[in-house]
Structure formats: C-alpha cells, structure tokens
Design a binder for this molecule. Structure first.
Ligand code: FAD
Length: 483
C-alpha cells in the first residue's frame, strides 16, 4: 500500500469531529488533498435509520463539523443516497486513490464498510478502516479461551490489564484542500430539523451538539460533578452525571479524550479518585455493549437468550401510548418519560425504572420501548440501547434477572428523596407532600385536595395495581423458565 496519496476521501459517520480522529489524521499526513464527505444513506440502515431526535442532533453536529473544517482550509461535502455510488462518482471525478473511515459496529454499517472495501480496495487504491469510536477493538478484549465476554465485570478487569488506550491525537492544523471541490448538497434541504410542529425547543435549551459543546460539558463535569459522581450518579434530581452520551454516540468527542481528560483531572484533584474510577467503568459498559453487538448482530431485534422468545407479552390498549406520553400514573415513570420527550435524554436510573414498568408491569414487548427510545433519544445508540433494554428485560447477556421487578414507588422515594425530579417534570403534582408524592392514589382525600390534585382528572390513576401486576409478570416468567 503506498504511503502517500494524491487525493483521499475521509468518509464521516458517527465520528463528527476533527479532534482525535485517526481516519482524518492519517489522511492529512499522507495525502496531497483530502475530501471530507458525509453521506446520508438512510436506506442502508433500514429500521435503524436515525430517529427524529438523532436527526436534529445530526443537523447541528454537521454544521459544527463543517465550521471546524472551514477553519482548517477545508469543507464538508454532503450527499444523500447510496454511499457506494457517491464515493464512486467522487473517486472518478477527482482521481482519488484512497478512502479512510472510522470503524463502525452497527450491522448495516459493518456491511457497508465491507462493501466499500470489496468495491475499491486494490494495489492502487487504499481503503483504510481506522479505530476511533471505542477504547479497545472488540477482538482485543477476549476471554482466556479467546471468546467475546458475556459478563461485564471480568471484561472490565481484562480491559484494565491491557496496555492503556491510545492517547488522543491533536486535531490537524490544516486539512489539505483539493484543487476543485465536488458538488455538495445543502444541509437545509435535508429537512433534518422539525418544522411543523417544531418540537425541538427543549432540545435547543438543553444541548449544544458538536465538539465544542462536548468539550465544554466534559470540562464542566470534571469541575462540578466528578468528585461526587460515584455517589450521585443514581440521583436523577441532581445534575450528577456527565451528560456526554449524545456526544459520544455521534462522535463529537472520542472516548479516549474523555478517558485521558478525566485521568489528568484526577491527578491534580485526588478527591475525584472514586468518581473517576466510577466514570471510567461506565465507559467500560459502553465497550461491553459494543462487544455484545459485534458478537450478536441481532441484539436490537432478538432476545440474546432465546428462551425469552417464548415470553407471553400481553399489551393492553392505550398502555403503550400512556407510557410514551408520561401518563402512567406512576410519578417517577411519568417524570422520566416527560424528561425524555422534552430534552431527548433521560437519567440512567430512570431509564431502568421506566423500562421495567413497560416490560414487567404492562407486559409490553421491550422492542416497543427500544423503538420509542430510538426515536426520542439524542443519544440513541444501537449497541447501548439494545443492551440496556435487554438488560432490563432479563433476556440480555449479564442481565438483571427477570424476577427483580422495580417497585416504582420505592425507587422514586430512594433516588429522588425530596421529590425535586418528579415535581420538575410532573408539575401537576408539585404541591403534593413528599410523603405521598410517589403514590398519590394512597394519599388521604384532604391531602389531594390541598395539593390541587384530582386523580383521573388532573393526574391519571395508575394504569395497573403494582402488586397484582408484579404477580402477573412472575406468572408470565414461568413460561420462559419452562421453555
Ligand atoms: P454517565 O453516567 O456520565 O456515563 C458516561 C458514559 O458512559 C455515557 O455517556 C455512556 O456513553 C456510557 N454509559 C453509561 N452507562 C452506560 C450503560 N449502562 N451502557 C452503556 N454505556 C453506558 N446509552 C446510550 O448512550 N444510548 C442509548 O440509546 C441508551 N439506551 C438505554 C436504554 C435503557 C433501557 C437503559 C437502561 C440504558 C440505556 N443507555 C443508553 C445507557 C445509559 O442510560 C446512558 O448511557 C446514560 O444515562 C447517559 O448519561 P450520561 O452520559 O450522563 O452517563
């Protein structure tokens, strides 16, 4: 393979940044000209094409990427349609002799990257697949017998015994431009932003997509939340986690940058030791999900443990919609679902509670919840989302056992002890005393009256009775056990 290139295409995907991007860095080192290209190839992704919230994020992240490239004497070329056709056209028109991209793990993207390799790689054309989305490639973290890990803790131990992850690379100062640019489509013509109705107001207030927003959030996290992260990460009433998930998903920041920035901050601030360890471990869960998706490409659609295929789902009319809209009558669940709808994000503890209610109390197939998250989360990620849902459903690798059924009332009282989270997202309960906040249906009539709550009118009655729903779920689980 020649170590110089006349013209290299850098094909972007979920790596929308210029900092610590090996695919771009290598291109800048060896090519006379670089053509940065993003192809929106929704047909390839099929059912797992990005949902509404992800497209909103994508629009802004593409603007930020173009700005970063312009500042380096380059620009981003946008094309819509079949990736192979667009790459072929640009290769022909601009006499390109190389293409670089960051390795992806979604099954459709794996197939696409293989097709690019099979179509273009030759003695005179270089196809370079670079690392950049994970700390370690799945094949580099293996059990003693050479298999992929199905349990997180030993995998995390093994990761710590490997040589440390690659140090992040600096963004190139300059990206060499071609003599003439290929035609680009206009981002605004893609219609990624919602217009009628414009539901993205809460997203705009919450997020600054792109690398600058990512770095600002990481710096904020180190200064303000890292020290207490180990204890506060389960508290949805606090801003106690990094909020980096959408940036990591779309590659606005690399996991290596997060890893090393946190380690360096810890060196100067020893009080953050526990928080830093807990945070790095969460990055480890992200690696684990990607390892699972690589091992089981059907993970988003099929139970990892096939015995769960027999689960007797029993959805009731209107329950899915009530869950989606935060109208279940269980305050912590409704708070989470409304936070999701408003901001495109939900706290991890609450993701587990809402998922448990959907699957176990309402007996609705976890794939329905996964699909709703896919459409509404700004961090919707095929590996993390599928692994998260299967963890709660009990059907995943290293999953929570099915019989562990979250009680939404005690979860609310434990993790939102003063009720601030519920009051923020379910304002119709704002005046309820904390004692009755998580189970308003048990509050005496005068308490409800004083708080201005009329059950069934201002706030719904619970969709199901917790105890009987729990028993029903355990009975349903018997079918799985028997199969
Ligand atoms: P932090 O606590 O600050 O963690 C740092 C980073 O570690 C996160 O940004 C994320 O990249 C990673 N991480 C943390 N927890 C997990 C986890 N359990 N599994 C994998 N990676 C993790 N995460 C997504 O990124 N996309 C999803 O689509 C997604 N869907 C989920 C669905 C369900 C049902 C559940 C239970 C969890 C899901 N998660 C998903 C995992 C987790 O809830 C989020 O990553 C986390 O809440 C993001 O907030 P944060 O960035 O503040 O996390």
């Amino acid at each position: 393979m020649p170590d110089t290139s006349r013209c290299t295409i850098v094909l972007f995907g979920n790596d929308l940044r210029v900092d610590d991007l090996p695919a771009l860095d290598k291109a800048c080192q060896r090519a006379d000209a670089v053509i940065p290209l993003f192809v929106q190839d929704t047909a390839r992704a099929g059912d797992w094409a990005p949902g509404g919230a992800s497209l909103w994020w994508r629009h802004h992240a593409l603007v930020a990427l173009d700005d970063a490239l312009q500042a380096r004497g380059s620009r981003l070329i946008l094309r819509n349609g079949d990736t192979l056709e667009h790459v072929q056209a640009i290769v022909d028109e601009h006499d390109c002799d190389a293409i670089h991209f960051t390795r992806r793990y979604e099954p459709w993207a794996v197939a696409l990257q293989k097709d690019i390799h099979d179509t273009f790689a030759s003695d005179t054309f270089t196809v370079k697949r670079c690392a950049g989305a994970l700390l370690f490639e799945p094949e580099d973290v293996r059990t003693g017998s050479g298999d992929a890990y199905k349990v997180f803790t030993p995998m995390w131990r093994a990761m710590q015994e490997l040589p440390p992850p690659r140090e992040p690379l600096k963004a190139p100062d300059k990206v060499p431009a071609p003599e003439r640019w290929p035609k680009s489509e206009a981002l605004d013509d893609w219609g990624l932003l919602p217009t009628s109705p414009d539901w993205a107001g809460g997203l705009r207030e919450t997020w600054t997509p792109g690398p600058e927003g990512a770095q600002a959030r990481l710096t904020w996290f180190c200064k303000n939340a890292l020290e207490t992260y180990a204890s506060d990460r389960d508290r949805p009433d606090k801003d106690g986690t990094s909020g980096l998930s959408p940036f990591l998903h779309s590659g606005n920041i690399s996991p290596n940058r997060c890893w090393y920035d946190v380690l360096r901050y810890r060196e100067d601030h020893p009080a953050t030791e526990n928080g830093a360890q807990a945070f790095l471990r969460e990055l480890g869960w992200r690696e684990f999900s990607h390892q699972l998706l690589t091992m089981a490409p059907g993970l988003p659609d099929q139970a990892f443990k096939s015995a769960y295929d027999a689960f007797p789902w029993d959805p009731k009319k209107g329950h899915l919609k009530a869950w989606q809209r935060g109208q279940t009558g269980f305050p912590i669940v409704d708070a989470g679902m409304r936070q999701l709808y408003e901001t495109g994000w939900m706290h991890n503890r609450v993701r587990m509670i809402v998922a448990s209610l959907l699957i176990k109390h309402l007996l609705i197939d976890w794939r329905e919840g996964e699909a709703w998250f896919w459409d509404t989360l700004v961090d919707a990620d095929l590996a993390n989302n599928a692994a998260g849902w299967q963890w709660v459903a009990g059907s995943g690798a290293d999953a929570s056992p099915f019989f562990r059924i979250f009680n939404p009332m005690t979860q609310g009282a434990k993790f939102d002890p003063d009720g601030d989270y519920v009051r923020r997202w379910v304002p119709e309960l704002a005046k309820m005393p904390t004692k009755h906040l998580n189970a308003p249906w048990e509050a005496p009539a005068d308490v409800l009256r004083k708080a201005g709550v009329k059950l069934g009118e201002t706030y719904p009655e619970p969709l199901v009775d917790h105890k009987s729903a729990r028993n029903r779920a355990l009975e349903a689980f018997e079918v799985v056990k028997a199969s």
